[in-house]
Ligand binder design. Sequence first.
Ligand SMILES: NC(=O)c1ccc[n+]([C@@H]2O[C@H](COP(=O)([O-])OP(=O)(O)OC[C@H]3O[C@@H](n4cnc5c(N)ncnc54)[C@H](OP(=O)(O)O)[C@@H]3O)[C@@H](O)[C@H]2O)c1
Length: 274
Amino acid sequence: MQEQTIAFIGGGNMARSLIGGLIASDFPAGRIVVSDIDERQLESLAERFDVQTLVDNHEAVRRADVVVLAVKPQVLKGVAEQLAPEITADKLVVSIAAGVRLSDLASWLDGHGATVRAMPNTPSLVGSGVTGLLAAEGVSEEQRSTAESILRAVGATLWLEQESQMDALTAVSGSGPAYFFLVMEALEEAAMEQGLDAAAARLLVLETAFGAAKMALEVDEEPAELRARVTSPGGTTERGLAALEDAGLREAFGRAVEAARHRSAELADLLGKQ
Ligand SMILES: NC(=O)c1ccc[n+]([C@@H]2O[C@H](COP(=O)([O-])OP(=O)(O)OC[C@H]3O[C@@H](n4cnc5c(N)ncnc54)[C@H](OP(=O)(O)O)[C@@H]3O)[C@@H](O)[C@H]2O)c1
């Protein structure tokens, strides 16, 4: 991948994070081209990362082996249709636009075969994301590996087999950070109701969330086993967990993920019908 040139079409938040991650993992800055309609974005990217910047999407694509489409989903159709003539069969296209299906993207790109859909989540902006990837049939093994390396610059990656799984992934990891933020808010409020001040509640909740996630990632045990290990019979955790189960926590998450998955499919239909 080091010898390839990557063009980012759209140099906003997500492109900036991907570029930062790529350069931190030793990808040469000189092999990154960014085009954006906002010249201030380009100036700031050139200053921060010493990448090539352009206002001309077409020229960016011409210089690239890999094209990362990083504009908002609502403008992707127009951008893709304009760029289609420059996207020759040898170029890999990676779209990070939320909710835009591979089949729609391929049709906007005049049937281009080497297309990967990536769905990163917001913690990618701080290098701790997780991205679902889906490849069209025309994507080679080498191109799959290139797409994966780009997204791995901002976190973990996971390949999916079917487009419908993207809606489930969107409902879990795409919307998931907000579910955890809500849990943090609720736990902070509960901490304050029990007499802790706001600063103490914030510190305890955030460090506990971080520590629990770190343990779950690093210790070779299922979350259920970890939970059982901190739940002494007759102890405080047992009481607290019983209250959460009584309140229907599992059902609430089941409903949340189902509702979000359904909405993800609806939005993808709308974006495809533009
Ligand atoms: N941020 C996230 O957490 C996240 C998570 C998952 C997926 N994504 C996906 O990542 C993509 C980018 O999101 P973002 O948060 O980075 O958005 P963003 O910060 O708004 O970046 C998009 C950039 O593209 C520019 N742009 C608009 N039209 C353009 C055109 N025709 N040609 C070139 N550049 C153009 C925008 O300029 P203007 O601002 O002047 O319009 C902006 O600088 C989206 O499709 C989004 O669905 C983002």
